[in-house]
Design a protein around this ligand. Structure first.
Ligand code: XMP
Length: 518
């Protein structure tokens, strides 16, 4: 008989590392979910976690408006681990005192064990290097809470790890979830398995099985539509929904005219001939290009593409009778962002291309990937047998090539960019670099430069090559491409792409630059 998966709840106090905690636990094949610090006690009880982690956070516990949990949480009998701010909060709630330290401790420190404990199982035989942990805190526990004992200290923190002598409550001043804490994985495993008694059963295969069952149950005999782009998220979403309900799922793919070379044909082939889904394909190139005519402002381009997309999508969707559900490829980071204590981060660019559906189309939402991180989505894609070319595909913005020409969108400029893009992708793939790079693409500049070809003076366009590495698109570093590769890209683009006589390489990181030029 299959048992329900064990779960660990992470309560978020606003730390930049909160997502990492959940990821580390999931890497051990135990399901973990993040909720805001003020998640109601009743909801926690019905979630029924095997353990609870209180994350770190930027606040000081004595600060006005500092986030707190109900004291009752500590009496539930469920194992609790407080990390950094979480530890300080536990200390305060259990009668200890926290002081603002003169010296902010940020960076590596080596812990010294004071007592052996289940949380530090395996630490007896560790070297100094293996006991190196990552600190990032200003406040620290000054007076120990009642009933607690010290498990470990560092040169700067006499109270670095503590536990209650008879309640299942632990606290760490350092961050076990970051890679700089060398034995962090061991500590997390000790908490999850030895202390909480979890069983490792959260795998992508188990996710697929559970998810297919859930989609069938939710949808019943109804019909589902969903927008797809050929990108990883929407393709995995579509493959999953298709696996669950087959012909009653109608993925809709709109060609917005700003796609890459051969992209529309490839997406149609993927959905129809490889995934055997009921794809509805609509080429709306003319409509998009007409709407974009003469528009130079990047945000304006995004808005027009988003709005036109909705119009076309709704038009196609209305042709299918009796649809009740809309499937979307929302991922966990978007969900967390919307519930996070910090609140949604400031919008630099409006990345959410697809606005809401109009109110006269009241569809119920299904979001089968809303519990998954990006790498888990790729894992699900593998389980579902998607081709590597889809799973490893570089991100491509919804407004496509329209935001890579720094100018108004014309068929001629699109053609130039498409040819350059095809060369870049082909060479990077041939050179075995595609999977090493987060994104690589050309940008067309709105200027002309003088060149010489044979005896002729030329006055033509400039292409920029942008290659970046990133973990999540939030920050990025430019890729140090081998010179030979740069030379090949430059030669081929100048020789083969009509109207281009110069190629330059972008050496800016994000921040302060962004990945796209618009
Ligand atoms: P930036 O340029 O903000 O890009 O550093 C970060 C990531 O987001 C992609 N991007 C977009 N994706 N719609 C999208 O779907 C957009 O309007 C958009 N703008 C940027 C970009 O390609 C990179 O992966």
């Amino acid at each position: 008989m299959s048992r329900l998966p064990d779960k660990i709840l992470v309560l978020d106090f606003g730390s930049q590392y909160t997502q990492l905690i959940a990821r580390r636990i999931r890497e051990e094949q135990v399901y973990s979910e993040i909720q805001p610090f003020d998640y109601p006690l009743e909801a926690i009880k019905s979630f029924n976690p095997k353990g609870i982690i209180l994350s770190g956070g930027p606040s000081s516990v004595y600060e006005e408006g500092a986030p707190v949990t109900s004291r009752e949480l500590l009496e539930l009998g469920i194992p609790i681990l407080g990390i950094c701010y979480g530890l300080q909060l536990i200390a305060l709630q259990m009668g200890g005192q926290v002081a603002h330290s003169d010296r902010r401790e940020y960076g590596p420190a080596v812990i010294e064990m004071v007592e052996t404990d289940a949380l530090f199982k395996g630490f007896e035989a560790t070297s100094d290097e293996e006991r190196r942990v990552w600190m990032s805190h200003g406040d620290r526990v000054e007076v120990m809470p009642k009933g607690f004992k010290i498990l470990a200290k560092t040169a700067n923190s006499p109270v670095c790890a503590i536990r209650h002598t008879d309640k299942p409550i632990w606290g760490l001043q350092f961050h076990p979830e970051v890679h700089h804490t060398v034995s962090g994985r061991m500590i997390i495993k000790n908490f999850v398995f030895s202390i909480c008694g979890c069983h490792p059963s959260w795998t992508m295969q188990s996710f697929v099985n559970g998810s297919v069952e859930k989609i069938r149950e939710t949808v019943g005999e109804d019909k589902v539509i969903g927008a797809v782009s050929g990108g990883v998220d929407s393709t995995v979403m579509a493959a999953l929904v298709g696996k669950a309900i087959g012909e009653r799922f109608y993925p809709i793919f709109v060609n917005n005219g700003v796609l890459r070379k051969n992209e529309a044909q490839e997406v149609v082939y993927l959905y129809r001939d490889i995934l055997h889904l009921n794809l509805i394909y609509r080429n709306a190139t003319e409509r998009f290009l007409k709407a974009l005519k003469g528009v130079k402002d990047p945000e304006e381009k995004r808005k027009i593409i988003g709005k036109t997309f909705i119009d076309v999508f709704v038009h196609e969707a209305k042709k299918i009778e009796d649809v009740t559900f809309l499937a979307q490829g929302t991922l966990y980071p978007d969900v967390i962002e919307s519930v996070s204590f910090k609140g949604p981060s400031a919008t630099i660019k409006s990345h959410h291309n697809v606005g809401g559906l109009p109110e006269y189309m009241p569809l119920k939402l299904i979001e089968p990937l809303r519990e998954l991180f990006k790498d888990e989505v790729r894992g699900v894609g593998k389980v579902l047998g998607l081709p590597d070319s889809v799973i490893g595909r570089h991100p491509f913005p919804g407004p496509g090539l329209a935001i890579r020409m720094l100018d108004d969108v014309t068929a001629e400029k699109l053609e130039t960019l498409r040819e350059a893009d095809a060369i870049v992708t082909e060479e990077i793939q041939k050179g075995g670099l595609y999977n090493e790079i987060w994104q690589v693409f050309p940008v067309l500049l709105p200027i002309r430069t003088v060149g010489v070809m044979g005896d002729e003076r030329t006055y033509e366009r400039v292409i920029v090559i942008r290659a970046v590495n990133s973990v999540d698109g939030m920050t990025a570093d430019w890729v140090r491409l081998p010179y030979e590769m740069m030379a090949r890209l430059s030669n081929r683009i100048i020789n083969e792409v009509t109207g281009v006589n110069r190629v330059v390489y972008d050496i800016s990181s994000k921040p302060p630059s962004t990945i796209e030029w618009e």
